[in-house]
Design a protein around this ligand. Structure first.
Ligand code: COA
Length: 271
């Protein structure tokens, strides 16, 4: 794996996209607005995730926010009057947001959200699309919809309810409060809570650990868990069988067994 940090050709104002050592980094970069996500950024998120998906050198994706104050404070409200006002604009805007969420959720590679500071509204929705969330102990999580008068469809609420269950989802949505990291962890919203000093090394170590594991096994687990979260009648069990069979038929399965017997680290290729 190439350890040098290289910029991804697909980039935009407001987002930095880089890759190094098997990890793709998508950094929200609008710190003066607490990394609020503009229309152009929603579009770019989908493009960058597509580029990471197609890039064989990327095995794990890390999402983060620049500036230290926020992962993201949600959609960029300051441009709503220009880009999310008329019915036609709202439709275009929602389509771009949905494409960004879907590109993260359906990325076949594992996605880790590194969260420092505020993670609210659409910012939390982005973090919920990731597979794992690692946060600093001073982070704050919330969904202010009930203070803004917004409504959420059943499709938008499903990831939250799947993750934290109906009771905590109601607590988050009814109160519209901002919850500290420790409470977010108790609710199951975040996997790990670490200090500000630790988070950089912690997330990189985590990402590299996952990047060093058998890609087909990790991807198969992601696919099967994704199918298990669907309604039973919508589950693609044939797909589940296929991805599991692909693990057993792989070179990596041979390599994993050989490495274990030879007491060495395995070198997986994803084949
Ligand atoms: N869109 C656009 N700009 C935003 C923003 C957003 N979602 N969230 C924060 N900002 C801007 C603020 O307007 C402010 O800009 P200014 O310095 O030019 O005045 C700057 O970011 C800092 O935010 P501020 O509110 O001063 O920070 P704070 O620490 O007092 O509060 C929050 C932080 C997250 C609680 C607060 O910014 C907030 O409630 N943001 C909106 C969250 C929201 O409703 N998101 C839903 C959209 S999906």
């Amino acid at each position: 794996m190439n350890d040098a940090l290289t910029a991804l050709p697909v980039s935009t104002d407001g987002i930095i996209a880089e890759r190094a050592g098997g990890v793709g980094y998508l950094k929200l970069n609008q710190p003066a607005k607490l990394n609020a996500i503009s229309y152009a950024m929603w579009v770019a998120i989908a493009e960058i995730m597509r580029a990471f998906r197609e890039d064989d050198s990327v095995r794990v994706v890390v999402l983060s926010g620049e500036g230290g104050r926020a992962f993201s404070a949600g959609a960029d409200i300051s441009e709503f009057s220009e880009v999310r006002n008329t019915e036609a604009q709202i439709e275009v805007y929602e389509t771009a947001g949905r494409a960004a969420y879907d590109a993260i959720t359906h990325c076949p590679k594992p996605v880790v959200a590194r969260i420092e500071g505020y993670c609210v509204g659409g910012g939390l929705a982005v973090a919920l699309c990731a597979d794992l969330r690692i946060a600093t102990d001073d982070s704050r999580f919330g969904i202010p919809a009930a203070r803004l008068g917004l409504g959420y469809s059943h499709k938008s609420l499903r990831p939250l309810v799947d993750l934290v269950g109906p009771t905590s989802a109601k607590e988050i949505l009814f109160s519209a409060k901002r919850f500290p990291a420790a409470q977010a962890q108790r609710m199951g919203l975040v996997n790990q809570v670490v200090s500000r000093e630790e988070i950089g090394a912690f997330v990189d170590d985590y990402a590299h650990t996952i990047a060093g594991n058998a890609p087909l096994t990790v991807a198969a687990c992601k696919t099967v868990i994704g199918e298990l979260l669907k309604d039973p009648e919508d589950r693609d069990t044939v797909l589940c069988d296929r991805v599991v069979d692909a693990c057993f038929a792989s070179e990596d399965y041979k390599e994993g067994r050989a490495a274990f017997m030879e007491k060495r680290r395995p070198r997986f290729t994803g084949r």
